[in-house]
Design a protein around this ligand. Structure first.
Ligand code: UTP
Ligand code: MN
Length: 514
């Protein structure tokens, strides 16, 4: 089922540049083209039909923010979920993000006069919502969600405190729970389950007994946790920087914007497009971006291969960004490609921000293992044009009223003064969306390793590299696999061959989520 099942008025994001879309659309007869173009995905379902009426969802705006709430509401409704704009008796699931249960109850009481004792809806975390979206139906409520949420919050806190050990422990515990084929209702259900440390078990026990866990409740209220979470959600801001700003007394984005801090170019962009960049990117958007990149790349290198990697390759329906790997069968042809492609797309008004790194593999010590690779790449922010499709006969796709070059530099207009005071993405009626895109270019001989490295998940890559090192005495990274026993590099043309070198059964991308 697609996100865009409703055949009536549909809203889609696609790229600004009409010149990129028109040639493909013009090749097919008019009536067919809507069906055939990538813009029209899936069919079925009556107009705006509610498929899952029994579950009524209410999204709590606090800490979620209005734009994210609006986006999630639209998304859920397109999938046939019933999302209520207001709290009512027909609401069965109250979904909130980073609020404790008590906070939500207090809020509902204040805003809707609903008393906790007469409250029958379940209070659930955003994880339930995103997993339900992924599954295409409301998932049955399980204690497991609550447990997973708690573990994720503790993992996040450990990450924000740069405590790697606990971060990995909580992350592993959470992904173990996620992978269990049954519901967890008592500690006995977890007998013999690996990767559950003492701390995680204690927390699970507390939640199974009392429904909540003090450590998590305290954390959610903790100002440092809240502030660092917010600051590190800005593109270009890591834990160290966020912590520094926190120690300087800064607490909100507006305080940052009003401060005299000297931001990096990346952080400037992160603040400017903040409201968009925290919205999930959908698979449909990722596919649209792929089309555009293919067109751009093939202009300069016709038979280049472009692969969607990252979470989307693992089958995820949402991501925080979109990752692509580019290569060419004739090694060397890919050199210099990225800057040409980015320059061209910039001229089309598609690129809001770019940071190109040249390939530096020649500086790589021959079997060095690093978290970061040395491919030519570009961390960018794309500008997706939001289009309204009206499928009444005779009406065609509107590409938006702005020509590419008219909107370049948008968002800096409006007020006088430095751009740091502004946000380019807050306006409700703006017709585009900023999306983070990573482009990586690999020489063909390293393509399989690059593909494996960029498909993730991070935890999977980490564990695979550790496995290679400790059990096979091999060094695995995104460029190569070095066998210390034979003192040689092992070549691989496919991911299957890499797993075979490691003595492992092939693990398909969908199974690399943990
Ligand atoms: P992402 O951070 O994009 O994660 O890295 P994701 O799995 O796609 O999930 P989203 O985007 O949050 O939805 C994708 C993979 O690329 C590797 C990471 O190891 C991860 O496995 N990667 C990412 C690098 O190798 N280097 C980088 O600079 C960034
Ligand atoms: Mn990604």
């Amino acid at each position: 089922m697609s996100l865009f099942d409703r055949p009536a008025l549909r809203t889609l994001w696609c790229f600004l540049s009409p010149s990129l879309l028109l040639p493909t659309m013009a090749q097919v007869p008019r009536k067919k083209k809507r069906k055939d173009s990538a813009l029209s995905l899936g069919g079925g379902g009556p107009v705006g039909a509610v498929k899952f009426g029994e579950a009524g969802i209410f999204l709590v705006e606090r800490r979620m923010g209005s734009s994210r709430r609006r986006f999630l509401t639209e998304l859920a409704r397109k999938k046939g979920f019933r999302v209520e704009g207001q709290m009512s008796e027909s609401v069965t699931h109250v979904v909130s993000e980073n609020n404790s249960g008590d906070e939500v109850l207090e809020l509902l009481e204040k805003q809707n006069g609903i008393c906790g004792t007469e409250f029958t809806a379940a209070l659930v975390d955003i994880t339930w919502f995103t997993e339900s979206m992924g599954a295409g139906k409301p998932l049955q409520l399980e204690k497991r969600h609550r447990l997973q949420d708690a573990l994720n919050i503790l993992a996040e806190n450990a990450e924000l405190s740069e405590n790697e050990g606990p971060y990995l422990a909580f992350t592993r515990a959470s992904s173990v729970l996620k992978s269990l084929p049954y519901n967890v209702t008592k500690m006995d259900d977890l007998k013999g389950i690996p990767n559950l440390g003492d701390h995680s078990r204690k927390l699970i026990e507390e939640i199974l007994e009392g429904g909540t866990c003090n450590e998590v409740q305290d954390l959610i209220q903790n100002v440092r946790y809240q502030t660092l979470k917010k600051f590190t959600s800005i593109f270009g801001v890591g834990v160290k920087t966020a912590d520094k700003w926190f120690k300087e007394g800064l607490r909100t984005l507006n305080e940052l914007r009003a401060s005299t801090i000297k931001f990096t170019k990346q952080q400037e962009a992160g603040l400017l497009y903040y409201e968009d960049l925290i919205l999930p990117v959908t698979k449909v958007e990722a596919d649209l971006i792929k089309q555009i990149i293919e067109e751009a790349v093939h202009r300069f290198l016709p038979s280049a291969i472009i692969t969607l990697t990252g979470g989307f390759r693992r089958g995820k329906e949402y991501g925080h960004d979109v990752d692509f790997l580019i290569t060419h069968r004739e090694e060397g042809r890919e050199e210099g490609l990225i800057s040409k492609v980015i320059s061209w797309m910039t001229a089309q008004g598609i690129i809001l921000y770019d940071d190109i790194t040249d390939n530096s593999y020649h500086k790589w010590k021959y079997k060095e293992s690093e978290t970061f690779d040395r491919f030519a790449k570009c961390f960018s922010i794309f500008k997706l044009q939001k289009m309204v499709h009206n499928l009444e006969p005779g009406r065609t796709c509107s590409h938006g009223s702005l020509a590419a070059n008219e909107t370049r530099g948008i968002g800096l207009a409006g007020h006088a003064g430095s751009p740091r005071h502004l946000t380019a993405t807050a306006a409700k009626d703006k017709d585009w969306k900023a999306v983070r895109v990573d482009l990586v270019v690999a020489p063909f001989g390293q393509y399989a390793y690059a593909l494996l490295g960029w498909t993730g998940s991070r935890l999977f890559e980490r564990d695979l590299r550790r496995y290679a090192k400790h059990f096979e005495h091999m060094i695995l990274n995104s460029h190569s696999l070095f066998d210390n026993k034979q003192n040689t590099f092992l070549l691989a043309a496919t991911e299957e061959e890499i797993f075979a070198h490691l003595g492992l059964d092939y693990i398909p991308p969908q199974e690399r989520n943990a």
